[in-house]
Design a protein around this ligand. Structure first.
Ligand code: AMP
Length: 302
């Protein structure tokens, strides 16, 4: 089994009620690969500029992350700035500077081409599709994330890529925007007509919901007294979700449910500190302990 991710490796400026950081390492593929590497080996495809130093790259070292597919180009690394509301349920994007991403043409190194699990993180849907065109055989699972930026700017291209997607992993407002349906179950039904067979809806402090085969499964968010920085929670969720799935023998309902829990586990760690600070220093035992907490927290007798 091998897991491939394509997505942004970025510098972020983030402001939350707990503090402000003008420039820190971020990007969807960064959060995803660090989170997933606690479960399995990850092949990373992305692009950085000349401002991305060896110190920045050290986040990937000493982990099961292959960076052969991380291209370097002349210019600046992707930059994103965001500000969270007082209750941290809403965020405003203050800046999206594509920089080297604008000219990015993902190229899969030969060993990546047989990846069995693929996560198309939130980037231009045309780039997501170009990754799928380069794989040598049908992957077992293709999952895709997207956001309002792409839903609004490239709706046709997104629909084309969705035709080749098994699992759509998006947040609740994007689910509504993509389907034009407020009710999430109706939205899911609409999304299934576009290609995906399963929908994972990330709901921030309300956890996450899986809809597939006429079934739903919900996991609450882990109760935390203080959330410092929600940035990357969704990508870390996806890293735990896909990282676990890549280790499962079958992608059945039971495996998907466990993947949901590991997704929520990794998302909950991500928000405990700014940027990647908490994720980078995790131990597998902490992940397992938190998964057991989820098990206890959601059990009841009838
Ligand atoms: P999340 O909080 O999980 O939704 O993801 C946050 C990460 O997504 C940040 O580290 C950003 O660098 C990255 N990001 C934000 N906007 C975009 C975009 N339009 N394309 C690619 N990555 C983005």
């Amino acid at each position: 089994m091998s897991l491939l991710v394509v997505g942004s490796v970025a510098f972020d400026a983030v402001e939350t009620p707990h503090g402000k950081v003008d420039r820190m390492l971020g990007g969807a593929a960064t959060y995803f690969s660090v989170a997933a590497s606690y479960f399995t080996h990850v092949n990373l495809v992305g692009i950085v500029g000349t401002d991305f130093t060896a110190k920045d790259e050290s986040i990937f070292k000493g982990r099961r992350i292959d960076t052969q597919g991380l291209e370097r180009a002349d210019g600046k690394t992707f930059f994103w700035a965001g500000k969270y509301s007082e209750n941290m349920n809403e965020r405003t994007t203050l800046a999206t500077e594509l920089n080297v991403f604008a000219e990015f043409k993902p190229r899969l190194p030969e060993p990546y081409q047989s990846s069995t699990h693929i996560f198309l993180a939130n980037i231009d849907p045309t780039l997501q599709a170009s990754v799928l065109h380069q794989v040598s055989r049908r992957p077992r699972v293709v999952a895709l994330d997207t956001m309002n930026y792409w839903i609004e700017r490239t709706p046709k291209e997104l629909r084309e890529t969705l035709k080749h997607t098994d699992i759509l992993v998006i947040n609740d407002s994007e689910t509504r925007q993509l389907s034009n349906e407020h009710n999430l179950l109706k939205a899911a039904r609409h999304i299934f007509t576009l290609g995906p067979k399963a929908l994972v809806i990330k709901r921030g402090e309300f956890g996450a919901m899986l809809v597939h085969q006429n079934r739903t499964f919900s996991v609450p968010a882990f109760p935390l007294e203080v959330v410092h920085d929600p940035t990357g929670a969704g990508d870390s969720f996806a890293g735990g979700f896909m990282g676990y799935l890549a280790t499962a023998r079958k992608v059945d309902d039971a495996a998907l449910r466990r993947a949901m829990v590991y997704g929520c586990v990794m998302g909950s760690f991500a928000v405990e500190k700014f940027g990647l600070d908490r994720l980078r220093s995790l131990k597998k035992t902490e992940i397992n302990t938190r998964a057991r907490h989820f098990h206890k927290m959601t059990q009841f007798t009838l």
